[in-house]
Design a binder for this molecule. Structure first.
Ligand code: MG
Length: 357
């Protein structure tokens, strides 16, 4: 009999501890050291993107099921996902590459709908797809198509301004990029908006469920709002898009890499009522569900209110809240509950919604 851990399962793609272990113990282990390291931020950092020769570089595959869901589709997801991963290091994406694997039987009308949606996302982000590849496989389990979008980004005056602001409050700050490992005790944690929308929207499309008013995915490119934030306010030290594994997984990434504890307040975490009700009905924790248009921002405490105010003035961040702070009082992630207790937020094993992105 094959041991249960002897092969890849759906959980290995679900963004939690199981996927992190797979990437670390297999992918990183075999790829690191193949040639002399020239990366400033390398594969081993397992951040949202790498930095090579002062260029931020990211590749992201998408296998969402179904390929169309309320509020978006696989194409918008692929462009936004890569744009956002480049952007959260503080860079401005300036070119994308797209590789399609199309399944025999995909309708031209559906393919064109995806392409138009990608074009729309590229227009919103202000970036072009400049190269790519197309393959076709026999009809089977792809559900229409899967795709990969890679992207490159560069430093901007807005990032330089942001770092100068951080240094005003933290003289020992030496990072050149916005990294998961940059948080220090006392930094505030800001969430840019409601969580769980994307995961519940995809799940409703997968299962044919209706949750009263239709819940739509939040999928969108965030590079423009991030650059404006860095250029006009600043003080941001760490940033992540809260994708697979949701807020809980992203906070654990911060805590582990920065070697701090993170305490959040339940009553400050914005969740739509219909998303909360859907999660309760399905037994899902909204903290563990993926999002595609929300960022978590770690900011020096002196600039936290200004960052929240700026985000609240934008469409993308109108519901932004300061949800907590980094602390040296404990390790890991904990939440002050609405009724006054404290509960440990465990790192998710994997996102509860399969093939979410
Ligand atoms: Mg990311």
């Amino acid at each position: 009999m094959v041991a249960k851990d002897g092969y890849i399962t759906m959980l290995h793609g679900a963004g939690g501890t199981v996927m992190h272990d797979l990437v670390k113990n297999y992918v990183v282990k075999h790829f690191v050291g193949a040639a002399p390291n020239i990366a400033e931020i390398s594969l081993e950092a397992m951040d949202d993107a790498a930095v090579v020769d002062d260029i931020v570089f990211k590749s992201d595959s998408h296998a969402v099921k179904p390929i169309f869901f309320p509020g978006g589709d696989i194409g918008r997801l692929a462009v936004s996902g890569t744009v956002n991963d480049v952007s959260v290091l503080g860079a401005e994406p300036f070119a994308l590459a797209c590789g399609f694997v199309l399944e025999e039987g995909l309708l031209f009308s559906d393919f064109e709908r995806i392409l138009l949606s990608m074009r729309q996302a590229c227009e919103e982000a202000g970036v072009n797809i400049v190269t790519g590849d197309t393959k076709v496989v026999e009809k089977g389990v792809l559900g229409g198509c899967v795709m990969n979008v890679s992207g490159i980004g560069r430093r901007t005056p807005a990032l330089e301004h942001n770092i100068a602001v951080v240094k005003r409050y933290r003289s020992d700050f030496s990072a050149r990029w916005i990294l998961d490992s940059n948080l220090r005790a006392g930094d505030k944690i800001i969430l840019s908006g409601t969580i769980g929308d994307h995961g519940v929207a995809v799940l409703s499309a997968q299962e044919g469920l209706k949750f009263g008013s239709e819940i739509k995915s939040d999928v969108k490119p965030l590079n423009r709002v991030i650059q404006r934030l860095l250029g006009s306010v600043g003080g941001v030290v760490a940033m992540k898009d809260a994708t697979r594994g949701g807020l809980a997984d992203a906070l654990h990434e911060f805590a582990e890499k920065s070697k701090v504890g993170i305490l959040i307040r339940e009553d400050k975490v914005p969740i739509r009522n219909d998303v909360r009700a859907a999660c309760e009905m399905l037994g899902l924790d909204p903290l563990e569900i993926g999002n595609e248009g929300k960022i978590i921002v770690g900011v020096v405490r002196e600039k936290a209110q200004e960052v929240q105010n700026f985000l609240n003035s934008t469409v993308e961040g109108k519901d932004a809240q300061i949800i907590g702070e980094a602390t040296s009082d404990f390790v890991g992630v904990a939440m002050q509950t609405a009724v006054g207790g404290k509960r440990i937020i465990a790192r998710p094993v994997g996102d509860p919604v399969p093939r979410i992105c």
